[in-house]
Design a protein around this ligand. Sequence first.
Ligand code: ZN
Length: 280
Amino acid sequence: MASPDPSLLSLNTATTRGKWGLAQAIEGCARHGLRGIAPWRDLLHEMGVDRAARAIRAHGLIVTGLCRGGMFPATTARQRRANIADNLRAVDEAHALGAQCLILVVGGLPKGSKDLAGARQQVKDGIAAILPYARKAGVPLAIEPLHPMQAADRACVNTLEQALDLCDALDARASGALGVAVDVYHVWWDPKLEAQIRRAGRKRIFAHHICDWLVPTTDLLLDRGMMGDGVIDLMKIRGWLERAGYRGFQEVEIFSAANWWKRDPDEVVRICKRRYRRCC
Ligand code: ZN
């Protein structure tokens, strides 16, 4: 398989969050010749949305996604409304950055609840509530299915199939307003992955996140591996995505409290570029 396009590598700021704020990450991308960046909102708020948008434009970077909206389920109607309001703010921020999509980490079980089906219904209602606003703003919403180990606390949408069922229910004509983010860390294990990527097609795939699955994994959230250090067949998954018509960026997103966050971010980005060419 041909090497990945070097101009389609994006840095998700989760990868360097141990050391870099957003301003440093923007400058780091420019310094290392990366064309894409995907900020997290806490870093974005620290820098200020206007200042960040100006810096990103000044360096000619493309925002491959804003992380994140979502977290819809709640025990009270009041909290659910507050969650919707926060999502509308996230849409505004994504619009200000010209982001290719707003990533939705949809949320898990509300505190004290065991009603998984109810949480999933709240997610559906939440996305339905913000979709018209996002559509008007020109901000595509990308549902990111998360590994089932995070169903309780982070996202009760756990497979690509589930995410695509939501897309079909809420945006049946595949208008480009609602789609999915394929993060290999969350979906690599799924026996239906290839078929669901094919089902998604060009109109539904808005983002492709890369890293690797370490064996053993020592932390459910913060022990992701660098591409090539684990067991995910990254090239095979890229091939499936390309066959489905996806031609966008690959975004490196490595949460790694004990390893990569402790290293010099310039070294981390250099290694990301090398591994991207070799393993992705
Ligand atoms: Zn991701």
